[in-house]
Design a protein around this ligand. Structure first.
Ligand SMILES: C[S@@+](CC[C@H](N)C(=O)[O-])C[C@H]1O[C@@H](n2cnc3c(N)ncnc32)[C@H](O)[C@@H]1O
Length: 294
């Protein structure tokens, strides 16, 4: 006996809600919520020209209402807490690196990947080892994972070092994408600030209870055909960081001696200042590292 056909015949077809007045009112109310100021006009436009759908979607998507609902969906009910661990695989290091102490990790895994920056990072860590609970402040954070030779993965290196030396890292970057990379790479020992570096350093300097052990300046990209904007920005970072600089503070500027420019780069003005205040030069090459007189 075919009961399926019987049942199909007995079930009344559900009316299409879009054909009812209430249904169209609901669609209008929805469009209004999503930011269409005249929902009826939007519907009329789509009925007259169905190909306008893409334009209508784009207009609504660019509005404040959609932005608000998207933010509510992506930020509500975040109930996370606990220890944040570094992600070695994210920066392209093999599993065994995770089991190493910092010195072994630097020697076996990081230095061989660092190329032109290997020696100067080694100099910085040698000096930092002598500091108690080192505070490391950086401008321009790790932005591209596994870009050791290109950028240096500085934030990951500092994070690993600070974890083993009861230290702390604060890194500042103006770009949310760069901050996202550093957050994914680093442990909770590293705090990230999304802001212009000058404003953030000025704020940190007014709050810090002790001088930084290292200030690492690597923000505003260097344009080798017009180096001055980057050099000026890094000079203003030094001014903004004055409250973080004390006896023995290390200062490093990345992209210092960059071909074909020669010495200067991001540190052209900082170099003149450090020379004037008789800071010790610990390294001069692709990076330049100074130590403020103790
Ligand atoms: C060269 S990358 C930093 C690389 C990083 N130190 C590393 O080793 O992987 C430069 C970073 O500086 C950031 N930046 C540029 N201008 C800035 C500014 N005014 N304030 C803060 N960060 C800035 C960029 O968003 C970029 O992420």
């Amino acid at each position: 006996m075919d009961t399926t056909g019987d049942r199909a015949r007995k079930t009344p077809a559900r009316p299409n809600p879009l054909r009812s007045r209430k249904g169209m009112e609901a669609v209008s109310a929805l469009l209004l919520r999503l930011g269409a100021s005249a929902p009826e006009a939007v519907i009329e436009r789509l009925v007259a020209d169905p190909s306008a759908m893409e334009d209508v979607c784009r207009e609504l998507a660019g509005g404040a209402s959609i932005e608000k609902y998207r933010k509510l969906a992506t930020t509500s009910n975040i109930m996370e807490s606990g220890r944040v661990e570094a992600d070695y695989a994210y920066v392209g290091l093999p599993d065994e690196a995770q089991g190493c102490d910092f010195d072994t990790g630097f020697r076996d895994h990081m230095a061989p990947r660092l190329g032109k920056r290997a020696e100067s990072f080694a100099v910085m860590f040698d000096h930092l080892r002598r500091c108690e609970r080192p505070l490391i402040v950086e401008t321009g954070c790790l932005r591209v994972p596994d870009n050791w030779e290109g950028d240096g993965q500085s934030t990951f290196q500092f994070d690993w070092f600070a974890r083993e030396h009861a230290g702390q890292v604060v890194t500042v970057d103006i770009n949310p994408d760069s901050i996202d990379s550093s957050r994914r790479a680093c442990s909770g020992v590293t705090s990230t600030i999304l802001n212009d570096s000058v404003a953030a350093l000025h704020m940190l300097g007014s709050l810090a209870a002790r001088p930084a052990a290292l200030i690492y300046l690597d923000s505003f990209d260097l344009d080798t055909s017009n180096p001055m904007p980057s050099a000026i920005h890094h000079a203003t970072e030094m001014m903004a960081a004055r409250g973080l600089i004390g006896p023995g503070t290390l200062i490093c500027v990345d992209d210092f001696d960059v071909p074909p420019l020669g010495p200067g780069g991001k540190g052209l003005i900082v170099d003149q200042f450090m020379h004037g205040v008789r800071a010790d030069v610990l390294f001069s090459g692709y990076q330049k590292v100074w130590r403020v007189a103790a």
